[in-house]
Every structure is written in structure tokens, then in C-alpha cells.
Design a protein. Structure first.
Length: 343
């Protein structure tokens, strides 16, 4: 199968509508109908645009909010909603998940992670089989391999489950494998590292704000390597997994292929924002100790430690290569950040 490039400017989704960077390659065979869960999310929005640009029909199951006092997001759908959405669907891309514990409001976070990420995935996959869906693309996480390590992580490496989120994702992977064995459903699993791009939130957005505001950062003495993936590259990899026949039954790690240190990320972000990188050295051990006292130990561990992904398997088996460099991805992210106040 010819390698297709699905590259597009993700920032256009946020800054005036989707526009392909180049003419998309004609799909080999007929377009398919794709159901995307979490379709209005960080990854879901640009993915739906990319699918439509390649003439696929897109059915979405967006994140919804309940009528509870907290307005909590509802990540598990009703049987009726799922069955209606799966009508005549060929491929499911399952993005919807519980990633955070919503500010500590959950009475039992591990149980809630399992309810959404395991139970919701099983519910959707079983319904997909009954509806005659051919392929199920599941977006998991590199965290099933742990949060840190000096060696490059490969798909066959042992699981290292350090929190309820990664455990629930791993259990969902195993559940999908069991469903596939008994039904013939083509399951494809992607394990991305940290995803950045237009619309990014949480820690990466906080780093953007700090760099843009000229805040001195005590990261100059860190010597690590981190794998990241730009949103446009992740969308491109998902598109390949939707279309490529050889992806069936496979698990893939994906990244930009450019492992950089935390200080280098700051320098590249600063350059993209047109700001100086204000870095100064600070003893990592003291930084970790201070952060632990403040309840931020895990976040600082990610800044200090290495996490490197070997994405050669998807490149060799599916011919995938990231259409964007990290520099291009950071530039798109910086452009979005500068314009976000008018969105």
C-alpha cells in the first residue's frame, strides 16, 4: 500500500477552519465511515477534520457534561447512543478517556478510571462487534511502560503501572485483545507520549505561559531526554492506523522522533515565541525534595527524568513518518498560543 501523507496545519482548526497543507492522496479503495469518540477534544477535533479531508464519513461521540452540580464530563455513553452511532460504521477511533481526577473530587479515583477507561472501552468494543465494525483503533498511553527510563521503550517491553490511569489503560488493552481473539475485530493500539499542539492544556500550557512571561526557570542543570509527539503527527499516525491493512492486530509507539532535554524544550519554545529562554541551574535533588513537600513531586519527576520512545516499528511496518518536525510543531503551538485570546 502506498504511503499516504496526511499532514495538515492543526492551528487552522483553531484559527479559522481546517485547511490541508497539501492535496491529500486519494484513498486506496472506498472511503469508510469512522466513529470518533471524544470528537470535540484536543485530538478529536483535528482528527475529524483530517478524516473528512480524505473523504471519510465521520460520526462523532463528543464529550458531554452531566447535570450534576460539578458539571462533570460524562465519558461513558448510553447503550442507545452507542448503538445509534455505530450504524454502518467501519472503523472506531476511541479517544474518549478519563485522564485526570478532576481536582480530587472523585470519591474513588481508581474505580472511576476503571469504570471509564476499561468499562467504557469494553462496552464500546462489544457493541462495535455486534454492529459489524471491522477495526477498532484505541489510543492508549506510553505510561503503560512507566514514567521514566534511560533506555528507549519498545512495544514488547514489560508494563510498569505506576498509577490508576496507566493501569486502567493497560487493562483496556488486554480486554480489547481478548475481544479480538474471540470475534475477529481488528484492534490497533497506539501508545503516544506527551502530546503538544494548538489547544494543549495542563503542564505544557503552564510551561508556555512561564516562557512567554519571561519567568526564570530552574531547569538549566537538567540532563535528560524526553520523547514528545506533536498533535499533527499523532493525527497522521491515527489516520494510517485507520487505513493501512497491515495495522490490524498491532500495537505501536509513536513520537516525533526527536528526543530532547527539558532545557532544550524551553529553548525551542522560547525561540518559537520570540522570547529569551531564562534558565538557571538548580540542584535537581533539591528541586525534587521541594516539589514533593508541595505535593508536586510527580510533575517535577517528569521534568527531571528521561522517557524515550522507539517508534521504529510503525515506521517499518506501515511506512509512517511524522510529517512535522518538532520545530514546526512548536511553532504551530506558539502561533496558537499568541492568538488564543481572540478565539
Amino acid at each position: 500500500m502506498q504511503r499516504a501523507c496526511y499532514g495538515f496545519s492543526v492551528a487552522h482548526v483553531f484559527l479559522g477552519g481546517f485547511q490541508p497543507v497539501q492535496e491529500p492522496v486519494v484513498h486506496q479503495g472506498h472511503p469508510v465511515k469512522v466513529l470518533v469518540t471524544g470528537a470535540n477534544g484536543f485530538v478529536g477535533k483535528p482528527l475529524c477534520d483530517a478524516l473528512r479531508a480524505r473523504a471519510h464519513a465521520v460520526q462523532s461521540l463528543p464529550h458531554q457534561r452531566t447535570n450534576t452540580a460539578e458539571g462533570a464530563r460524562r465519558d461513558v455513553y448510553s447503550t442507545t447512543e452507542i448503538n445509534d452511532a455505530l450504524q454502518e460504521t467501519d472503523v472506531v477511533v476511541h479517544l474518549a478517556a478519563r485522564v485526570h481526577a478532576t481536582g480530587g473530587k472523585l470519591a474513588n479515583p481508581p474505580a472511576e478510571y476503571r469504570r471509564v477507561n476499561l468499562g467504557g472501552t469494553e462496552q464500546l468494543a462489544i457493541a462495535a462487534v455486534r454492529a459489524g465494525v471491522k477495526r477498532f483503533v484505541f489510543i492508549s498511553t506510553v505510561k503503560v511502560h512507566g514514567e521514566a527510563g534511560d533506555a528507549h521503550i519498545r512495544e514488547g517491553d514489560a508494563s510498569v503501572l505506576q498509577d490508576a490511569y496507566s493501569a486502567s489503560k493497560w487493562e483496556a488493552e488486554q480486554a480489547l485483545a481478548n475481544i479480538a481473539k474471540g470475534t475477529g475485530l481488528e484492534v490497533v493500539i497506539l501508545r503516544p507520549p506527551l502530546v503538544y499542539g494548538p489547544g494543549v492544556k495542563a503542564n505544557f500550557l503552564a510551561l508556555l505561559r512561564a516562557v512567554d512571561g519571561g519567568l526564570p526557570l530552574p531547569l538549566g542543570g537538567i540532563h535528560n531526554y524526553r520523547s514528545l509527539i506533536y498533535l499533527g503527527n499523532l493525527v497522521d499516525a491515527i489516520m494510517v492506523c485507520v487505513e493501512h491493512p497491515a495495522a490490524a492486530g498491532k500495537t505501536y509507539l509513536v513520537s516525533d522522533g526527536d528526543d530532547v532535554s527539558t532545557p532544550e524544550i524551553v529553548r525551542r519554545l522560547a525561540a518559537a515565541l520570540g522570547k529569551p529562554a531564562r534558565l538557571f541551574p538548580f540542584p535537581p535533588a533539591l528541586m525534587k525534595f521541594s516539589a514533593t513537600l508541595l505535593g508536586r513531586g510527580a510533575a517535577v519527576d517528569r521534568l527531571l527524568s528521561s522517557l524515550r520512545v522507539d517508534s521504529s516499528k510503525i515506521r517499518e511496518e506501515l511506512g509512517w513518518a511524522p510529517p512535522y518536525t518538532m520545530q514546526q510543531g512548536l511553532r504551530e503551538t506558539a502561533d496558537w498560543y499568541r492568538h488564543r485570546s481572540v478565539l
